[in-house]
Design a protein around this ligand. Structure first.
Ligand SMILES: Nc1ncnc2c1ncn2[C@@H]1O[C@H](COP(=O)(O)OP(=O)(O)OP(=O)(O)O)[C@@H](O)[C@H]1O
Length: 235
């Protein structure tokens, strides 16, 4: 499912958090958004995901102009087609890991096929923690439950904000490998904000923001070194 931003501007008072961003995100691609603090990364993600409305310009997902949808229409689109891996989308503390992962299916009125939820937990290495509540899990484990929950509906588009922010190196590699396989095998469109060159190196493309504008782009065979060099302004 293609996601397109056309001349998107988002202002907060006199601050232009996004200042005329045009970008397309094709199905089956993973894009990393990078840039200094305050450059507009979260604002871009929120506008592209229909969580925030641009002040000017349009966001089009799979041919639908999000500006033409009311709040209910946006909610349905988000629930049925979009997955979120955001730090702010916390787990429900009263529910077990298994129940948290099953929640998006229940909200969409879909029943979970037997084993589906456990399989999603197994993919993030947590099938043995299914009955634990969030406060009985480490930060990294909670993050992995949130990823399993985001992917359980097999969303066509996934938005991620620092998807491996709280994970150790090894778990982080596993999770990134898993996200990469989802894009390659299921043709999902994935857009992730990250400060980490290693995380960005899993992407097909890195977009660099500065002061609400796209200032550069890297594509091709990305390595953490080339991304880091670009961040340091040395290439
Ligand atoms: N709700 C808001 N109200 C007012 N200003 C905002 C709001 N959200 C963002 N801004 C401003 O818009 C600009 C872009 O913010 P944004 O959060 O998109 O940046 P970012 O690149 O994600 O930063 P970080 O890496 O620190 O998370 C900043 O100047 C920020 O202060």
């Amino acid at each position: 499912m293609k996601v397109e931003l056309r001349a998107v501007r988002r202002t907060y008072g006199t601050v232009a958090a996004l200042d005329g961003v045009t970008a397309g995100f094709e199905a089956g691609t993973l894009t990393a958004i990078m840039g200094p603090s305050g450059s507009g990364k979260s604002t871009l993600l929120h506008c592209a995901a229909g969580l925030d409305r641009p002040t000017e310009g349009t966001v089009v997902i799979d041919g639908t102009d999000l500006g033409s949808l009311n709040e209910h229409g946006l909610t349905v689109l988000r629930r049925e087609r979009i997955g979120f891996v955001f730090q702010a989308f916390n787990l429900v503390s009263a529910l077990t890991a298994e129940q948290n992962v099953a929640l998006p299916l229940r909200l969409a009125g879909r029943s979970a096929a037997p084993g589906l939820v456990l399989q999603a937990l197994a993919e993030v290495g947590l099938d043995d923690r299914a009955r634990h509540r969030p406060n009985g899990l480490s930060g990294g484990e909670q993050q992995r439950v949130a990823i399993a929950r985001a992917l359980i509906t097999k969303p066509a588009v996934v938005f991620a904000d620092e998807p491996t922010g709280q994970l150790d190196t090894q778990t982080s590699r596993q999770v990134l490998g898993m996200l990469r396989r989802l894009v390659d095998d299921h043709g999902q469109t994935m857009i992730m904000v990250t400060h980490d060159p290693v995380t960005a190196s899993y992407a097909d493309r890195v977009i660099f923001l500065e002061d609400g504008r796209i200032v550069d782009e890297l594509t091709g065979a990305l390595t953490a070194e080339t991304v880091a060099a670009r961040m340091a302004g040395t290439c």
